[in-house]
Design a protein around this ligand. Structure first.
Ligand code: TLP
Length: 347
C-alpha cells in the first residue's frame, strides 16, 4: 500500500525482487511424493542451520506448532506454556481441538519461562492429575514485546525437562531476530529443544511458509500429521524458492528492524501519552501502554493519517518494524503520532 506505514506486523512484508525471480524459475515436483527438489533443499538447509537432523516445510507457523504438539503429546495431557504465548492465545485452542491437550499457562518474567516457574506448574505424580506432555517455549516472545531468551536459559530448561522425560518445543517464529539480538547462531538457541518451528514469512519477508525441525524419526512422523491437517502440498518449490532466499539473505538485515524499533521507542518515551521503556525493546517489536486514552481511540485516528499499528489490549498497542519500513518512515510515523496526540488532547 503506497504511502502507508504499516507497523501492524512483520507478516506484512512483501517478497524481494530476488525472491520473485527465484519463484518464477524454481525447479518443482510433487512434494507429497517427496519429489520437489527445491523443497528438499530448503528442508535440508534449514535443518543444517538450526543444528537438527531434518526439517519439514509447512504452510504456516501455526501448523508447525500444532504438528509438534500432536506428535509430542497424548490426549489428556497438559502443555506448559507462557501465559501470553502464541501457541496458547492465537492458535484457536488447536492443542485442545486436535491433540486433546490442556494448556497450563505460566507467567514468565518478560515472557520468559524459568525452570523454577515451569517446575511449579508440572503435574505432581499422582494418578488423578493430568501428566505434563510438553513444555512449549517462544523465542523471541511476541506478546511480551519481542523479548529474547539466551541459549543458556533454554539449556537449563531442556536439561531439567529431559531428566523428567518431558519434551520441549520451541516456537521460534522469530528465532533469527533473537540470534541477531544476542549475536549468536540460531543453532545455539535451538539447543536441545526436541523440535523448533521458525517462520520465513515474518521478518525474513518470504510470502509464505514455516519450517519444523527435529530428529529424523520425528520429522518422518510430522509428514503424516501435516497431511492429516491438510498441509500436504504439491509443486510447492515455487514457495520454497522464496523461503531459501529468506533463509540465506535476510537474517543479516534484521538488525535494521531492531534499530528502528528502538528509534520508535525512544521517540514515544518522550510523549506523555505513552509508557514506554526503550531499554526493554530487544528486537523488532514494541508494545506500548497508553496513558489517558485507549487503543480504540488511538488506532483509528492513526490509520486515518496512514500509519497502521495493532491493539494488544484496551490501552496497549503493538508496533512491529520490518524490511518495508525505513528509519525515515519511523520518523514520519512519530510526527503523525505526535499530531494525533495533540488532536486528542493527550500531548
Ligand atoms: N504471529 C502473528 C499473529 O498471529 C499474532 C503476528 O502478527 O505476530 N508463533 C509466533 C510467535 C507468532 O508470532 C506467529 C504469528 C505464529 C506462531 C503463527 O504463524 P502463522 O501466522 O504463520 O500461523
Amino acid at each position: 500500500m503506497d504511502g502507508i506505514i504499516d507497523l501492524r506486523s512483520d507478516t506484512v512484508t512483501t517478497p524481494t525482487e530476488e525472491m520473485r525471480r527465484a519463484m518464477a524459475e524454481a525447479e518443482v515436483g510433487d512434494d507429497v511424493y517427496g519429489e520437489d527438489p527445491t523443497v528438499n533443499r530448503l528442508q535440508e538447509r534449514s535443518a543444517e542451520i538450526l543444528g537438527k537432523e531434518a526439517g519439514l516445510f509447512v504452510p504456516t507457523g501455526t501448523m508447525g506448532n500444532q504438528v509438534a504438539v500432536k506428535l509430542h503429546t497424548q490426549p489428556g495431557q497438559e502443555v506448559v506454556v507462557e501465559e501470553r504465548g502464541h501457541i496458547y492465545n492465537y492458535e484457536m485452542a488447536t492443542m485442545a481441538a486436535l491433540s486433546g491437550c490442556l494448556a497450563r499457562p505460566v507467567r514468565g518474567e518478560r515472557g520468559l519461562l524459568s525452570w523454577g516457574r515451569i517446575e511449579a506448574a508440572l503435574a505432581p505424580p499422582v494418578y488423578y492429575r493430568a501428566r505434563t506432555g510438553l513444555i512449549a517455549l517462544e523465542n523471541t516472545h511476541n506478546m511480551a514485546g519481542g523479548t529474547v531468551m539466551t541459549a543458556q536459559e533454554t539449556k537449563v530448561i531442556t536439561d531439567q525437562a529431559h531428566k523428567r522425560s518431558i519434551p520441549v518445543h520451541l516456537d521460534g517464529a522469530r528465532i533469527f531476530n533473537a540470534a541477531v539480538a544476542l549475536n549468536t547462531r540460531v543453532s545455539e538457541l535451538a539447543g536441545d529443544c526436541d523440535s523448533v518451528m521458525f517462520c520465513f514469512s515474518k521478518g525474513l519477508s518470504a510470502p509464505i511458509g514455516s519450517m519444523l525441525v527435529g530428529k529424523k524419526e520425528f520429522i518422518q512422523e510430522a509428514w503424516r500429521v501435516r497431511k492429516m491437517m491438510g498441509g500436504g502440498m504439491r509443486q510447492v518449490g515455487v514457495l520454497a524458492a522464496a523461503a531459501l532466499i529468506a533463509l540465506e539473505r535476510m537474517p543479516c538485515r534484521l538488525h535494521e528492524d531492531h534499530e528502528n524499533a528502538k528509534r520508535l521507542a525512544r521517540a514515544l518515551a518522550q510523549l506523555p501519552a505513552f509508557q514506554v521503556d526503550p531499554a526493554t525493546v530487544e528486537t523488532n517489536i514494541l508494545i506500548a501502554d497508553l496513558s489517558g486514552w485507549t487503543s480504540s481511540q488511538f488506532l483509528p485516528r492513526l490509520k486515518e493519517r496512514g500509519v497502521l499499528a495493532g491493539s494488544t489490549g484496551p490501552a496497549q498497542v503493538r508496533f512491529v518494524t520490518h524490511k518495508d519500513v525505513s528509519a525515515a518512515d519511523i520518523d514520519k510515523a512519530v510526527e503523525i503520532i505526535v499530531d494525533v496526540c495533540k488532536g486528542q488532547g493527550v500531548f
